[in-house]
Design a protein around this ligand. Structure first.
Ligand code: BGC
Length: 744
């Protein structure tokens, strides 16, 4: 022992004393705040500050002297990530950390079923608990603004109401396992390009109407215990220590009592981090002088530099108290929750949940009657496409998963249609899943793979293409955006070539994003699936064969052309932003500026209001049966403040088999003093109907559904006048309409 330590230790030992009484903070029956205050009163300043930053890639310290454990975090959001090394991003190589991969969150959103969201949260929470995680880094609720965003698959689509409804059950059920949700990335992280230092300029109206609601719902209705700051800036200040976002909105307006965690490496300044509402700093490089392998966690902004500011009296100790209080609250809710269940890992129940969510998420975009393919007909099926055999749980960045099992579409198709009836041709090469780099694929290889597929297609009864995007860099992947709206790897040419030799081409693409479909009119059927995890192949084969009747609905619009999307209608200022002449330089890029010029008209709000039809509209999705919407009945023609009215619409299954339909209600303000979207989603319900069955679906309308955000007054406001309710099967197909007036 070093000599100087000896007197310090002696002093500590005599201060601690000896007591047999159980302290309040260790008493699970004591009220949470009493436990927090008791623990805090026993902690030194150094111990409080120590809690505010990482001690490894995915953990932060507790208070060892008091038996208060560390916080262990993991990605998120589609399953629990494999263990990562203590000090670098390498895989730790454990053998007990393979998991169930659940469908991507964009697939969850495509179910339009909050029960699926609850099932998801419960099951992924059980895995996180079993793996002894305290915080699962998800769900992601950033709004889908552009189809080029590499991370849209981790989010819940373009509509704030849909994302809110779907986020809440996930958070609640996850947290029942004593595992905190960490809702990410707060806020306006709607693209990967330049994510580290781009400054987003957005109106308050778009912020409150489009970009904040899902976060607010996750915090207030879901009760999320933590939230992750985004990498980007807004109002020229980084989101991880953005005063307005964290202090004014999150804590002030929403009353958040949880912990703000940085995105990994998202902190940039000690004073701002101290004073602007950040609690735990993760993933920083040090002071820029050392390399990652020489990490000194004491150099973090919220480590020694923070301690120094307090010691010098430039920041009051109460700031550290507030952070420590929040972190203690998180620890009592998770790591020190003695009543949490034990969890479970890759159980049959988890596989069943992943399968059920996947089944409900697949969207049938188009069908001339070719689907479903009945296996009893003994047809010769040619499966084409790299995604038919590729393990799509690899790659993508932080959401990558090490799976125990993975059923590929090809395996599942062989299982359902018979191994001897299913041929395979890859059709195109896509390279290895990598981060920020890609394999170069020789054109000669692409040409020969295509020629092989086309030759086999000529001999098949039906061709099923499992292509789409993948999790490689510049596809659906963290840190890079897509560079084109087209399918990559020559897939457009491949599909055209297949159709020219065989008219029975079913496209069943897997993607976390919209993409151009120039061949849409020439193929008889198109399925749209997201990354469905462990059971994905089984879900796809079951939909293709009709064992499962598709019921997914698009959680985002599929524009015909990229420029038909609002974010892309205003040039580079709007997407991807422009590099500025001055400001901080990150990865060689000088502080880019960006303006969300389409403002509140995101997704279908743009298509509808500007009358630019999407190829497939938000909310669209067919079934193997058909549904008819009857005449709506409205309970009143006038609505007053504090009141409500209802609209009831009969929906009939007019086809020959059972099926589920998502009945959607949109509201439009017929005349307003401000620009309003033509209509906005305000309610939906997924119902299952037997052939011939009719169900009346009733939605309640209240004045708050009619409000817009008045930025000058910083308040939600309604204007009296006429409104239209649009009820139907997608944002572009709302046959049941009713009018009423909002009166003062
Ligand atoms: C991502 C986060 C993720 C974190 C930890 C970051 O690069 O943006 O979403 O949770 O890494 O892996």
């Amino acid at each position: 022992m070093k000599k100087a330590l000896y007197p310090l230790l002696l002093a500590a030992v005599s201060a601690a004393g000896v007591s047999a009484a159980v302290p309040v903070y260790l008493d699970p029956d004591a009220p949470l705040d009493a436990r927090v205050e008791d623990a805090l009163s026993r902690m030194t300043l150094e111990e409080k500050v120590a809690m505010c930053h990482a001690q490894s890639k995915f953990s932060s310290p507790g208070v060892p002297r008091l038996g208060i454990p560390e916080i262990w975090m993991s990605d998120g959001p589609h399953g629990v990530r494999a263990e990562i090394n203590w000090n670098d991003w390498g895989h730790a190589g454990w053998t007990n950390d393979s998991v169930t991969a659940f469908p991507a969150l964009t697939a969850l959103a495509a179910t339009w079923n909050p029960e699926m969201s609850a099932l998801y949260g419960k099951n992924v929470g059980e895995e996180a608990r079993y793996r002894e995680k305290d915080v699962l880094l998800g769900p992601g609720v950033n709004i889908y603004r552009t189809p080029l965003n590499g991370r849209n698959f981790e989010y819940m689509g373009e509509d704030p109401y849909l994302a809110s409804v779907m986020a809440v059950p996930y958070v609640r059920e996850l947290q029942k396992n004593g595992v905190a949700a960490c809702v990410k990335h707060f806020a306006l992280n709607n693209q990967e390009k330049w994510r580290g230092n781009i400054n987003v300029n957005v109106s308050d109206r778009a912020l409150y109407e489009i970009y904040l609601p899902a976060f607010k719902a996750a915090v207030q209705d879901g009760g999320a215990w933590s939230i992750m700051g985004a990498y980007n800036k807004v109002w020229n200040q980084h989101c991880c220590h953005n005063h307005r976002l964290l202090e004014d909105i999150l804590r002030g307006e929403w009353g958040f009592d949880g912990v703000v965690i940085t995105d990994w490496g998202g902190a940039h300044d000690t004073r701002e981090a101290a004073l602007n509402g950040l609690d735990i700093e993760m993933g920083s490089f040090t002071n820029g002088l050392t390399s990652e392998s020489e990490f000194t966690y004491d150099d973090y902004f919220l480590a020694d530099p923070f301690l120094e500011l307090i010691r010098k009296g430039e920041v009051p100790e109460s700031v550290a108290d507030d952070k420590a209080r929040r972190i203690l609250r998180l620890i009592f809710r998770t790591a020190m929750n003695t009543r949490k269940p034990f969890g479970s890992l890759h159980s049959p129940e988890h596989y069943a949940a992943a399968k059920a969510i996947g089944d409900e998420s697949i969207v049938l975009l188009k069908n001339n009657g070719i689907l479903p393919l009945d296996p009893a007909r003994g047809m010769r099926v040619l499966v084409v496409g790299d995604n038919a055999v590729r393990r799509l749980t690899d790659g993508g960045g932080s959401s990558e998963l090490k799976v125990k099992d993975y059923i590929s579409p090809l395996e599942a198709m062989r299982e359902v249609f018979g191994a001897d009836r299913v041929e395979f041709a890859r059709g195109y090469a896509a390279g290895r899943p990598m981060y920020e780099r890609v394999d170069t694929i020789p054109q000669a290889l692409q040409d020969s793979l295509r020629a092989e597929a086309v030759a086999k297609a000529a001999d098949a009864d039906v061709v099923v293409v499992f292509g789409g995007l993948n999790k490689n860099a510049w596809q659906d992947c963290e840190s890079t955006d897509r560079e084109s709206y087209d399918l990559p790897f020559g897939q457009n040419e491949l599909i055209e070539a297949l159709v020219s030799v065989n008219p029975n081409v079913v496209v069943a693409n897997i993607t976390g994003n919209a993409y151009a479909m120039p061949w849409a009119a020439r193929v008889p059927a198109v399925l749209h699936a997201s990354y469905l995890g462990t059971m994905g192949g089984a879900s796809l084969a079951d939909v293709v064969s009709g064992r499962v009747n598709p019921s997914g609905k698009l959680p985002y619009s599929i524009p015909v052309r990229l420029q038909d999307c609002g974010a892309h209608a205003f040039g580079t200022d709007s997407y991807p932003g422009v590099e500025s002449a001055e400001g901080d330089v990150l990865f060689g890029v000088c502080a880019p500026q960006q303006t969300y010029a389409e403002d509140i008209l995101v997704g279908y709000r743009w298509h509808d209001t500007k009358k630019i039809p999407a190829r497939y509209a938000f909310g669209h999705g067919l079934s193997y049966t058909t549904f008819a919407y009857g005449k709506p009945a409205i309970s009143a023609r006038e609505l007053r403040a504090g009141g409500s009215l209802t609209v009831t619409v009969p929906v009939t299954n007019t086809g020959a088999r059972e099926g589920s339909e998502v009945v959607q209600m949109y509201v439009g303000d017929d005349k307003a003093s401000v620009l309003r979207p033509a209509k906005e989603l305000k309610a939906f319900e997924k119902i299952t109907l037997a052939p011939g069955e009719t169900r009346e679906v009733t939605f309640t309308v209240t004045p708050d559904m009619l409000a817009f955000f008045d930025a000058d007054a910083h308040a939600w406001r309604t204007e009296p006048g006429a409104f239209t309710l649009y009820v139907g099967t997608s944002s572009a197909d709302t046959p049941a309409r009713a009018k009423f007036r909002l009166v003062e």
